[in-house]
Design a protein around this ligand. Sequence first.
Ligand code: GLS
Length: 830
Amino acid sequence: SSLDRTAKAERMFELMDGFLKNDPVSLQKDILDHVEYTVARSRFSFDDFEAYQALSHCIRDRLIERWHDTQIHFKRKDPKRVYFLSLEYLMGRSLSNSIINLGIRDQCADALSQLGFEFEVLAEQEGDAALGNGGLARLSACQMDSLATMDFPAWGYGLRYQYGLFRQVILDGFQHEQPDYWLNFGNPWEIERVHVTYPVKFYGTVEEDISNGEKYKVWIPGEMVEAVAYDNPIPGYGTRNTITLRLWAAKPSNQHDMEAYNTGDYIDAVVTRQRAETISSILYPDDRSHQGKELRLKQQYFFVSASLQDIIRRFKDGHKDLNQFPDKVALQLNDTHPALAIPEVMRILVDEERLGWNEAFDITCKIFSFTTHTVLAEALEKIPVDLLESLLPRHLQIIYDINSYFMEELKRRIGLDYNRLSRMSIVEEGAVKSIRMANLSIFCSHTVNGVSRLHSELLQTRVFKDFYEMWPEKFQCKTNGVTQRRWIVVSNPSLCALISKWLGTESWIRDIDLLMGLREYAADISLHQEWQMVRKINKMRLAEYIEATSGLKVSLDAMFDVQIKRIHEYKRQLLNIIGIIHRYDCIKNMAKDDRKKVVPRICIIGGKAAPGYEMAKKIIKLCHAVAEKINNDSDIGDLLKLVFIPDYNVSVAEMIIPGADLSQHISTAGHEASGTGCMKFLMNGCLLLATADGSTVEIIEEIGEDNMFLFGAKVHEVATLREKGSTIVKVPLQFARVVRMVRDGYFGFQDYFQSLCDTVEGSDDYYLLGADFESYLEAQAAADKAFVDQKKWTQMSILSTAGSGRFSSDRTIQDYAEQTWGIEPCRCPL
Ligand code: GLS
């Protein structure tokens, strides 16, 4: 009986001596226990890495307690839940973030120092969990933190890749990729759930059957793979709530293939089964193009199928009527990567649950919402029909059925406008017949959103115009945000303390709007002094890192000018490098006296190029070639340095961002859907040099144009500039001069750089580097001028942090919860 169960639970709790304690002595004991019993080292002799492992397990135990309580609480309350489906999560490190969210940072530091260890040193032992490419994947991680902190009943689902994003190694200035086998030393932040497994089917045929006089389809699969759950507890800050990020790993199915074993080919049979594991083995490193590869499609379906089985199992544990599904479940598609969930839900409802097609479709359309993260039509995912037909034959049929229903409805509304029908169709005819995953997602979701206001407008007026005109009410905007827990509290502890001191509270860590309170002190001299001191400490940390990685000594008085992000032509790292060459050229040609007026700069660039993206790789090489020249020119001295930071990742960002004075977000207007790096810099009081693209447009509204350095063509001007080309574009002579220097081999590798130069000259300058150059230089000059006036600069810096509240992922998640998912907080009692 339930009474017996309660009594038993109480007895067990007594035996356990209650929850784990967080005073330094208890923590020390637990750490030492883990040294001895988990890491299996002697408690009298263990190194930093072993201490990190033991500490992580000690923290993990505490996470698990809260996580269990949260899951039980959710189960008891049975609220509507949101399931966030994403193929990528860039979690970075977990240790610091966990202890901060658990609220035991100081106790841990004390416990460790008494054992003779330093917390910061141990935290450095942890590798990054890099299960994603860039902004999209880090956004998922930030949103998980906000979902937990704000007590929402949420689950994240994804893939547990064995190889994360490649490591970038630079040899002779060229990028080389090396595998990131991140699980080599174990991962204390996950819990393997050997009993939470589901079969996932592939290939085979579809047959028709008749039952009770009704025809229905049966998918006879040709291959079966097992999905095993790995749970990553995500702790909220200032709450007991700890939610689950469930990542799936592929394992050979336990269903024996008797045929193969009977024929005696045992070795072959085992080897074939083992191949199943490749499904979750590697993250695709290209965030730009989708090449229609079978393995990628397998990954997508594998994760979607396992997640949906899990979600439906949880729903059925307490509910019988599938018509209630939309009252209990919201499914969020993070880009089109998980869009196969749509035909999969239809397949389950129609083929397995035997619901009628219309009823099933009605349920489907009520549960899905879709976020798109791109502006570029060419980046939209398309799956070749041939591929889908062989891998998921039943899903292709369902997609065709959805499409014919869609086309009929369209014809009713717009008549026989064949051009429009073919533009909107889910099926693209052509040389390679394909499925347009975005069209499928829009038609079958109740809401579709962009990730900044500008992006959302572009979706309505350009990318998905036809759809918007048909269903304007579906379209929403959810401007991205980042979590202040990781991007201030974890990565910039000195600034965190300073903010709390001046606001007289730590509440801003959960209630970010309070940051606005800093505006009141923006001109206060004593805040200025403390602010500058904090900035200096962070610059010192960054300078040490630069010296350690590149051997270059840099002056703390120089302006640290940073551009860190994936290398893409549209992000225009090349514009930055051309600007640096121009600056170098100017200094070289200056009289001695004039040089005294030059503001010294340390230009810092970091980012990975997709392995097959040739131009991006050339940009990295050019950066190194230019750095080589400038940094070894004694005539220039400390006036200008260029550093490329290798292997950019989340933890490198955590160190760079707090130490940056200026950061560049200089994409050609209309190309960056949102950008989230700019928000992290803003929070940390770094000034932005930016184009009016993506979320910067909204940043301008918050902090005012005067507090940043804005330049470049606006979105509405870009098309005209491209169309009219040389008739209206004024490319300054300095630009041509710099490109000529590169072409003439001033930085070596003359032949290699020609094709790169071709991309920015004349009508081939698609991203308008030439057209924006003059205005870019003006913005740079304004930044130099402001930097000389440290009082002004500091005030701008304070106002940047003060105005960053709107860009917290807490605000984004609140908007999704209210406007898209219809979910409420469900707070676990303390
Ligand atoms: C991206 C966009 O390119 C970014 O502008 C955006 O900030 C991010 C998160 O919404 O999504 N889309 C993508 O495919 N990778 C990204 O980083």
